[in-house]
Ligand binder design. Structure first.
Ligand code: SF4
Ligand code: SF4
Length: 340
């Protein structure tokens, strides 16, 4: 079984981490069953967030009685010290534990530091002194904030999107984390659903000894795919490399990752689904993208005010309104019979 050590933390875990965002979408009994199945097959790192509605509560129930055998990471999106404490106490209560292994700032727009006036980093230090958290981490989607966090040497771990679609700039972050003795937790290793070959995704990330992917799963068959990789890790064969090269050619660059940081939209456009419809319809089962509900969702793009709010918030610098228009145009053509 392959393991990953997270920088200088001393935390060594199974190379497959469990991303607990999707368990929000399933009933509690199913979520508990899924988490226990993951644990019983060797997964011992679970990542959740205060913002993932009832994910922490479900994890708390699932990990009851085995807390000492697992590592839990969660996150606060708070931008005030008071909010930080409120979030931390809530997370501890819902997770049914008295400590969090890695407590992360959740995608802050800036890198919290001591003395920056926000009081956030000081709150982290205090929580650590009180034994409520073991290590301080940060998650981000912005290269600049992530780079600053690494250079500051204030953080034990960085969580950042990383898959075989990422660019040289993201690879630099991965290398810099290693150089600074910082753990790298890879989110979106399937690029938000655009990568549909999990073996290729797994084999690519397996090349990086210090990178811990957290797989967001909500179905037993999805989990089993990764569990099987624990026993038989896929190798980066010429065949898988061809898949990667083809996907890179098709996808790399200005594609919507589906992260949702540009939302909410004042007129209710589901930007994180609509701005990547052209890709999803070609890479995922097509019927699900053509339902009445999906068509109504896409039609909403006609209401766009071109206010630019989404574009200003997109951490990938995408021209979101233009992307929406292009996706809608393509979608209408597909509905009218265009072959894809
Ligand atoms: S530009 Fe359009 S899609 Fe973006 S936030 Fe404004 S109304 Fe919504
Ligand atoms: S447009 Fe940008 S912020 Fe919005 S979902 Fe896509 S990648 Fe995320």
């Amino acid at each position: 079984m392959t393991e990953v050590s997270l920088g200088k933390t001393g935390i060594t875990v199974n190379k497959n981490g469990f991303g607990a965002l999707p368990i929000q979408r399933i009933p509690q009994d199913d979520a508990v069953k899924l988490v226990r199945r993951a644990f019983e097959r060797g997964i011992n790192f679970f990542d959740t967030a205060r913002s993932y509605t009832d994910s922490e509560a479900k994890l708390g129930v699932a990990l009851k009685g085995i807390r000492e055998q697992v590592f839990i990471a969660t996150k606060t999106p708070s931008v005030t010290a008071a909010g930080f404490w409120n979030d931390l106490e809530t997370s501890l209560r819902l997770l049914q534990t008295d400590y969090i292994d890695i407590y992360q700032f959740h995608n802050p727009a800036f890198c919290p530091k001591p003395g920056d006036g926000s009081g956030l980093y000081e709150a982290m230090q205090q929580a650590r002194e009180q034994g409520k958290i073991r290590f301080i981490g940060i998650t981000n989607h912005r290269l600049a904030v992530a780079g600053e966090a690494i250079e500051s040497d204030l953080y034990a771990t960085l969580q950042f999107p990383f898959s075989y679609l990422t660019t040289e700039k993201e690879l630099e972050l991965v290398r810099a984390c290693a150089a600074h003795g910082m753990g790298f937790i890879a989110m979106k290793a399937l690029a938000g659903g655009l990568i549909n070959n999990s073996a290729a995704a797994y084999a690519y990330l397996a090349q990086f000894d210090h990178v811990l992917p957290i797989w967001g799963v909500q179905r037993e068959n999805e989990l089993d795919e990764f569990l099987n990789y624990i026993d038989c890790p896929p190798l980066l064969t010429a065949e898988l490399q061809t898949v990667i090269n083809k996907d890179r050619q098709e996808l790399i660059g200005s594609f919507c990752r589906g992260c949702g940081y540009c939302m909410p939209c004042p007129v209710g456009i589901e930007i994180n689904s609509c701005a990547r419809m052209s890709l999803m319809i070609r890479r995922a089962p097509q019927a699900a993208q053509l339902t009445d509900k999906a068509q109504a969702m896409m039609k909403k793009i006609e209401d766009c005010l071109h206010c630019g709010k989404c574009e200003a918030k997109c951490p990938y610098g995408l021209d979101t309104p233009r992307l929406l228009e292009e996706n809608y145009q393509d979608y209408r053509e597909i509905l009218a019979g265009k072959m894809i």
